[in-house]
Design a protein around this ligand. Structure first.
Ligand code: ADE
Length: 441
């Protein structure tokens, strides 16, 4: 495998680092033009981000600040990166999953001077890329899955404690990891939980995951979904989105859960609820969306129907135990892109999509631009808040910080406006009715 590099910053003998904005490591820089067209397409569907770009390129709140990001390199992420750049930031970036980088987008970003270290299929040098984004000691970190924050906290403790202003975290799994780090007293700078903003999880996690996961499954298999038993492991926001869209395509949806209320919601949506032991015997397509490891393991594979399709849409590739599948398989071959066929000792064939990594990004293009518009609006505004607080000498608490309600409302209002829709406004009498215990009844 070869990747193209420019002059990568190297630590010198004095222990300081070269300042070479525009260093990069991507698969093929000649893909830049193709990538630029993809970014143009995403921009056309991300009006809130483009509004911010127009507003903040005038004031440049990030001038003098370095930001490192570790998040899927997609056309939508490129819009976020270029909005930071327009607002004055010096940006360093790596992918947050070995299979989610769009090489054309990475090339387009490298071509305009973004220090990007990412290529599709980067299993071996994944952490090396994260390290490179830290060489120039960023003031801000932006994460999806917490690998960047973990790297800073474990390899650069003094710098984490003294020099980083703050960060953000994009995803459910990452926020869980952060909260456990914080509870352990091992979080060294403030981090905003972007995932938990209403304008993020209520849209990106549900509708984004729902559409993009089905998109990934269809690109990898082209099978008919109607009439299939479609097992969704986990009926949280992401699983609920997948289940809703699979049902919409005519699948018979079966939910597996560990949480009673989530299971009841599944029943009330009209789905069947079963244990994975039961579902494994009858499922045609399995999709994990739990954030938990070992959801599908050896004895599940052994009881599956011949031809079962198995995939994951959770952040990490631990939900399907592929190691155990390999142990009980006698043959493996690639049947088509992102679709591996395993032949078991019992003769059954099982198809695993995208190596058990998030199928929506590895086999498709991730969530649509329209929904990432709101998620990334949250990312951007949290970083504006971090630098504004820093400039004003205000110290934010060193904890996992919830997104302010006003930010959620501001983003939702902007988004609605770009959709050319309006909501009603309460009259003063209605506000009094809602807020005064003496009114009503
Ligand atoms: N996560 C899910 N979809 C994404 C996308 N399109 N870009 C970046 N991160 C994502």
């Amino acid at each position: 495998m070869s990747v193209e590099t420019s002059n990568i910053p190297i630590k010198n003998e004095q222990g300081s680092f070269s300042e070479v904005p525009g260093s990069y490591c991507v698969r093929d820089i000649s893909l830049a033009e193709e990538g630029r067209r993809l970014i143009d397409w995403a921009e056309a569907n991300m009006p809130v981000m483009m509004h911010f770009r127009k507003e903040f390129e005038k004031t440049k709140p990030f001038a003098g600040y370095r930001l490192s990001g570790c998040l899927h390199v997609t056309k939508e992420t490129a819009v976020l990166i270029e909005t930071f750049k327009a607002a004055g930031a010096e940006v360093y970036w790596s992918g947050c999953n070995p299979l989610s980088t769009n090489d054309a987008v990475a090339a387009a970003l490298a071509a305009v001077g973004i220090s990007i270290y990412a290529w599709h299929g980067n299993h071996e040098d994944f952490y090396w890329c994260i390290d490179r984004t830290l060489d120039n000691r960023p003031h801000l970190t932006l994460d999806d899955g917490c690998d960047l924050i973990n790297t800073v906290h474990e390899k650069m403790i003094e710098y984490a404690k003294n020099d980083v202003i703050g960060g953000t975290e994009e995803t459910t799994t990452g926020v869980h990891r952060l909260r456990s780090r914080s509870a352990d007293g091992k979080l060294y700078y403030p981090v905003f939980a972007v995932n938990d903003a209403e304008t993020k999880w209520d849209f990106d996690n549900v509708y984004g995951t729902g559409q993009s996961t089905l998109d990934g499954i269809l690109r990898a298999t082209s099978v008919m979904l109607a009439g299939k038993n479609f097992v969704v492991a986990g009926h949280g926001h992401c699983g609920a989105g997948v289940a809703k869209r699979a049902a919409g395509m005519g699948s018979n949806v079966i939910i597996t859960e560990v949480k009673a209320t989530a299971a009841i919601k599944g029943v009330l949506e009209g789905y069947e609820v079963k244990t994975m032991d039961e579902a494994a015997k009858i499922g045609d397509i399995f999709c994990t969306a739990t954030g938990m490891k070992d959801i599908i393991r050896k004895h599940h594979f052994e009881s599956m129907r011949d031809g079962a399709i198995v995939c994951n849409t959770g952040h990490y590739d631990c939900e399907i135990n592929i190691g155990e599948l390999e142990e009980i398989s006698v043959k493996k071959r690639t049947i088509r892109q992102n679709c591996e066929e395993y032949t078991l000792k019992n003769g059954h064939k099982i198809y695993v999509l995208a190596e058990g990594r998030l199928v929506n990004l590895a086999a498709a293009e991730g969530h649509p631009s329209e929904v990432m518009d709101m998620s990334f609006a949250n990312q951007f505004l949290c970083h504006v808040k971090l630098v504004e607080s820093h400039r004003a000498g205000v110290k934010l608490p060193i904890e996992v910080i919830d997104i302010p309600v006003e930010q959620d409302e501001y983003i939702a209002d902007l988004k609605l406006k770009t959709m050319r829709l309006s909501v009603d406004i309460l009259t003063q009498e209605q506000i009094d009715y809602a807020t005064n215990y003496q009114e009503g009844t």
